[in-house]
Ligand binder design. Structure first.
Ligand code: BG6
Ligand code: MG
Length: 210
């Protein structure tokens, strides 16, 4: 029986719009151009790496301390937005598919770069659905490094080859493949050539035979 490891942002919940608002606030403050195209590059990568991507368009050098202050400011704003999330932010299709996978005996885990993972899972009432949570708080390297997924497999006591990763980010698909796992791509990642199983809707997970 295969285990499933789910990315969080963009797969189970749609927090991208909140990340966008948070980073836009910082970019506007510094006078840096920021749009959806730049925001798409932030998917799956850590908070500090996201800031570095945004600062590519900034002509001044910032100290590490200044960068950390900006990242903290973004996160405070972002967490304020997350605070308004409720269980209704998880689509019925997502909740019922997770329940059915569990019923069929699959182990389920989270593999997310976010340090806000546990907060988001609590707000949306998803915590108890998962057998293990691997997130930004237990890794050194973020996607496309496979560390977050390898840790999830370890927490589940599963071999990586027995794990199916569900991802919306190219960097996440790369991480899954680097970890020797099967990669299911949804959203953006459904159009990525390295994805093993592209899906258009979440419930298609019930038809995957890997
Ligand atoms: C990932 C998002 O899940 O988490 C990235 O796709 C984000 O966009 C990363 O940068 C880190 O999130 P956080 O919540 O730790 O700032
Ligand atoms: Mg994602």
């Amino acid at each position: 029986m295969k285990a499933f490891i789910f990315d969080l942002d963009g797969v189970l919940v749609f927090t991208d719009k909140y990340h966008y608002q948070g980073w836009k606030m910082i970019a506007d403050k510094l006078g840096i151009p920021f749009d959806e195209k730049v925001n798409n590059r932030l998917r799956g990568v850590s908070r500090m790496e996201s800031l570095e991507i945004i600062l590519e368009n900034y002509d001044k050098e910032l100290t590490q301390e200044e960068k950390e202050k900006l990242a903290e400011e973004k996160n405070d704003f972002y967490r304020g937005l997350l605070g308004n999330m409720t269980p209704s932010d998880v689509a019925d299709e997502v909740r019922s598919t997770l329940a059915e996978l569990k019923k069929r005996g699959h182990k389920l885990a989270i593999g997310s770069s976010s340090k806000n993972t546990k907060f988001i899972l609590e707000k949306t009432d998803l915590t108890d659905v998962f057998d293990a949570i691997s997130d930004g708080t237990n890794i050194e390297k973020s996607k496309p490094d496979p560390e977050v997924f390898l840790k999830a497999a370890e927490f589940l006591s599963e071999e990586p080859s027995n794990c199916i990763v569900v991802e919306d980010a190219f960097s996440g698909v790369d991480a899954a493949k680097a970890g020797g796992m099967v990669a299911v791509g949804i959203g953006d990642a459904s159009g990525y050539e390295k994805t093993d199983f592209p899906i258009k809707s979440f419930k298609e997970l019930l038809d995957i035979e890997a």
